[in-house]
Design a protein around this ligand. Sequence first.
Ligand SMILES: Cc1ncc(COP(=O)(O)O)c(C=O)c1O
Length: 389
Amino acid sequence: MKSHRLHTLPQGIFKKLAEHKEQMKRQGRSIIDLSIGSPDLPPHPEILDALSGWAADPSAYGYTLKALPSFNEAVADFYDKRYKVAIDPNHEVLQLSGTQDGLSQLALSCINPGDLALIPDPAYPIYEIGVLLAGGRVIRLPLKQENRYLVDFSSLPGEVLERAKLLYLNYPGNPIPEMAPLSFFEEVVFYAKKYDIKVIHDFAYSELVYDGRRAHSFLSVPGAKEVGVEFNSLSKTFSMAGCRIGYMAGNQEMVESLASLMSHTHYGIFLPVQKAAEKALRQGEILFRDHVNTYQRRRDFLVQRLREAGWEVSQPPATMFIWARIPYAVSSMEFCEELMEETGVVLVPGETFGKQGEGYVRISLVQPETLLDEAVRRIKGFLEVKAGA
Ligand SMILES: Cc1ncc(COP(=O)(O)O)c(C=O)c1O
């Protein structure tokens, strides 16, 4: 039995690929999974200590219902120290059991059926899913290389901007690992005010930035809090993906709306997880610096090896992904299916993220260099066969 609403959701390409992968595993085939975005590095020992210490406390097992005030204060402290952004911990922060959960429910809390949302193409799939679950309509905004993968507002018809209620953004982005300059966020605030659009900036990769650069928080632009919110997560920054903890910060009205919805649907996050996250946020960079260095080394290694293998990929400035154009004419799904079947290397087809992703694949850095090396060896052999075919 399936609801009509479920039928409105895009079919999961990822699911089809995952089934193929599982089938190959059952057959005992050797798989190198470069499709996943889940950190393989463990959290810093101080986070593990905090978590296990609190987990040993027998009084920590009741419903928490909502965030500990000290967690919200730690978020405000993190934003102050990292981005020089002032956040009111009592009214401008909402704890989430992972940003995925918040992103899936946000539209439900603030738009009505038929309302319009603007979503980049390609983009992380949950934005569209959340809007469709809320009965909203979606217009996809192509991200083009000639615009440095930034949304081009000047190309949007006035009537679209007039009707739009929500705008989703994600910098540094998944799947396109690009960063946004501050001037772009200023432009976003200008358009959001002019057309009364609420902005949702997904900042999940806020700290996985390389070469000594830093990403800008959307909230650091004057007026941003009047028009929008930022989602941030402990999953990638602190390698706490399985703990399921993140938060949304910014516009008070949007915080209140989602909090109100979640007061019906959620009973809070396990206290030891909240405490460990609080510790992570308070300690900040010293708990993730080594991870960032490791991802950067892997990025350098993988980019170099792929280029040596004849695949001209560009070097991502941030995130845990390379976004690569497939070197010959084939659909991204077909390429990934065939590559997996022939070599056991699993990538994500670009079309998973929208029509504009066609012709590309996403390659994850979430494996040690020895496996990345072996993956490139297999990919090279595959591409050589294709070139000779
Ligand atoms: C861009 C982006 N946003 C949000 C999420 C969800 O992260 P979490 O729910 O673990 O906070 C992910 C996870 O891969 C992501 O890549």
